[in-house]
Write a protein of this length. Sequence first.
Length: 289
Amino acid sequence: MIDAFFSDTYSADTPTASMAKLAPVARAAERAGYVTLHDPGLIDREKLRELHDPDYVRAFITGKGRLAAAQGWDWTPRIRNGVLAINAGMIAGARMAMEQGTAANVGQGFHHAKPERGWYFCTFNGLALVAQEFPDKRIFVLDCDEHCGDGTAEFTKRLPNLFNFSINGTDWGMHEGERSICRHLKPVKDDFTPYRKALEEAFETIRSWKPDLIIYQAGVDPHIDDPVSSHSMTTDQLLERDRMVFRFCKSERIPVLFVLAGGYQTPIEEKLVPLHLNTFRAAHQEYCL
Ligand SMILES: [Zn+2]
């Protein structure tokens, strides 16, 4: 089974499915026999103060000030604790993936979070956090969410061991540079070829950059029925995407930590859980069978 990080602290009532979906997904993956769940505890707040503007971290920890709700939801202690647990799962998951070849965090990478603030349902950037935690390791983020990884892109300017490759249907404008690539694609439902080519370009980039760890943001908000999707990918295309990624990571022997990222369909159990579960199924098939 795949080692995955999750605790009941991860879940919170959020206006979007973002943190409300985590417990149903984790329990479904456990029931299906894909994962063994581990509790990562809470992140050391000092690590967050190193990563983000300390004023922003203070506002979110205390719930006081305008920036406490910068990610777009009214602040609650439950959301605060959930974010601290999910961030802890990023570091624990990264460490386990580098030891064992693969691991999961049943939470989000929070790729929109920028150094000075949260943004669009993302509080503290757990992808950049991994790069900060392991400065002598090369961390490659393969971001396959509907939206571009604009927050992570900002962190590539500060963290020389971080690479951000974003394949997206919605590009809000992200920093591009030597270690930050944006591939913005039109709707792909009738033709998966451009998406496949973008993935193959990412794989080539990985081969030449030689990371110690890939963090795969397996968003399901590119799905055709998702309210925010412009990628318009079918369920089968998302599954094919996941299979290509895991097949590549395994054949190249590069450790991979995978995380959920976006996905906003409701009802959660009926619409969203099966899509996220497919990512666990693809990883399980590649690594455990
Ligand atoms: Zn998204």
